[in-house]
Design a protein around this ligand. Structure first.
Ligand code: NDP
Length: 449
């Protein structure tokens, strides 16, 4: 980037930081995007004159609320509730709810900002939003989780609706939580509508939605590998996390002939050089989704190694799929991955790589699929769930999987179109510019709103 462009990026970021103090993850996400977009906007003055970028970093609406609830001992508990309605230029706000003790305004704004571009990339008509709470479902009984979800939805319901804002799951929000929240919405509003996605199959959910993010991240990696006439066959793969995204990423890598050798959670990672096959994965799903146990138990059950408090990036692999949380691969770990021969990274999680790690990927010209492109399969199938709800019909597993696959292929093609730099495909620039153009053009058409 030229000196002049660098100065423009710095000046833009100085304003963002001054207006949003302390929101470090939000600053990080905006910085990564404007590094791609400021040079593009300079070449396309219609966006500059209409201050599209400046408007895009300001949420259309931020809702903050109190979530009081009663624990099993009869005591009063209190959490914070949030919904960021970031951008509705191309459709109703859409994006997940995260329940995790680390949740704060800056984290949700980063996620909502990324979501706007991601949803645009899917080609479906969805704006961007994100929400959640600092509530920690870990260690809570089902009844406590239900009472929390009911209280959360009692306030949230007045701000959302199938044509306004359609939340979904994210960290700490799976089928159980979506069920409790949907039940409360239906009771308060007296309507059965597609106001949430990730619903159970019997009550408006879509086949393949649980699988979609993990499958999608692997489909995206498959497309990246194909640009080098390569495939998953025989590849050794490191995956972090052991939740929804990690589980189905593992399943799809196995389907495509690769071998997954690691999984993790917030306390450590397991290394199983034999590979986490379908049988072992079924055991992990039971452990995490039903028993709500720790990944450490895998090591005891299957005689694998367990590394307390560590992340899996020191293991020698060909492909890495970070599927846990933000900033879980730093520069040191990125360098170790590459030194060990890893040449393909597809992000199932949102912003799992630090800016310094991304620079190392790009400098080494490895295949790197950033989260907003690589993990867009989840929200894409949420979009398909919304369509099925509106039409009051259900597509088959094969129909949804075929659509998901073709959306991921399409996102990859779009990234190539906007990110090709000679022989190298800069997927970061590609995803940022491709996602931006559609939203920016809609904003231009809709005037200064
Ligand atoms: P889950 O809650 O199902 O699983 C999260 C996993 O990540 C768990 O194994 C969890 O471990 C681990 N984890 C969470 N926080 C941390 C942390 N601070 N440090 C280390 N490990 C952590 O969430 P999902 O699988 O749904 O989400 C994973 C990532 O994928 C997130 O970044 C999310 O935003 C992103 N994503 C999810 C989509 C979806 O459809 N679900 C769509 C697109 C992106 P533990 O059990 O110990 O908490």
């Amino acid at each position: 980037m030229s000196k002049e462009m660098e100065q423009k990026v710095q000046a833009f970021m100085a304003r963002v930081i001054a207006k949003n103090p302390g929101e470090v993850e939000f600053h990080q996400a905006v910085h990564e995007v404007v590094e791609s977009l400021i040079p593009f906007v300079e070449e396309n003055p219609q966006y500059k004159e209409a201050k599209i970028l400046e408007r895009m970093v300001e949420p259309e609406r931020v809702i903050l609320f109190r979530v009081p609830w009663i624990n099993d001992k009869g005591g009063v508990e209190l959490n914070k509730g949030y919904r960021i309605e970031m951008n509705s230029a191309i459709g109703p706000y859409k994006g997940g709810l995260r329940f995790h003790p680390t949740v704060n305004l800056g984290i949700l704004k980063f996620l909502a900002f990324e979501q706007v571009l991601k949803n645009s990339l899917t080609t479906l008509p969805m704006g961007g939003g994100k929400g959640g709470s600092d509530f920690d479902p870990k260690g809570k009984s089902d009844n406590e989780v239900m009472r929390f979800c009911q209280s959360f939805m009692t306030e949230l319901q007045r701000h959302i609706g199938p044509n306004t804002d359609v939340p979904a799951g994210d960290i700490g929000v799976g089928g159980r939580e979506i069920g409790y929240m949907f039940g409360q919405y239906k009771r308060l509003r007296n309507e059965f509508t597609g106001v949430l996605t990730g619903k159970g199959l019997e009550w408006g959910g879509s086949l393949i939605r649980p699988e979609a993010t993990g499958y999608g991240a692997v489909y995206f990696a498959q497309e990246m590998l194909a640009t080098r006439n390569d495939s998953f066959k025989g590849k050794i793969v490191a995956i972090s996390g052991s939740g929804n995204v990690a589980q189905y990423a593992t399943e799809k890598v196995n389907d495509l002939g690769g071998k997954v050798v690691t999984l993790s959670d917030s306390t450590g990672f397991i290394y199983d050089p034999e590979g986490i096959d379908a049988k072992k994965l079924a055991w992990v799903m039971e452990l995490k989704n039903v028993k709500r146990g720790r990944i450490k138990d895998y090591a005891e059950k299957f005689g694998a190694q367990y590394f307390e408090g560590e992340r899996p990036w020191g293991i020698k692999v060909d492909v890495a799929l970070p599927c846990a949380t933000q900033n879980e691969v730093n520069d040191e770990e990125a360098q170790i991955l590459i030194d060990n021969g890893c040449y393909c990274i597809s992000e199932g999680a949102n912003m799992p790589s630090t800016p310094e790690a991304i620079k190392i990927y790009t400098d080494n010209k490895i295949l790197y699929g950033p989260g907003k492109a690589a993990n867009a399969g989840g929200v894409a199938v949420s979009g398909l769930e919304m369509s099925q709800n509106s039409m009051r019909l259900s597509w088959t597993r094969e129909e949804v999987d075929t659509k998901l696959h073709s959306i991921m292929v399409n996102i990859h093609e779009n990234c190539v179109k906007w990110g090709k730099e000679g022989d190298f495909i800069n997927y970061v620039n590609g995803a940022n510019i491709a996602g931006f153009v559609k939203v920016a053009d809609a904003m231009l058409a809709q005037g200064v709103v």
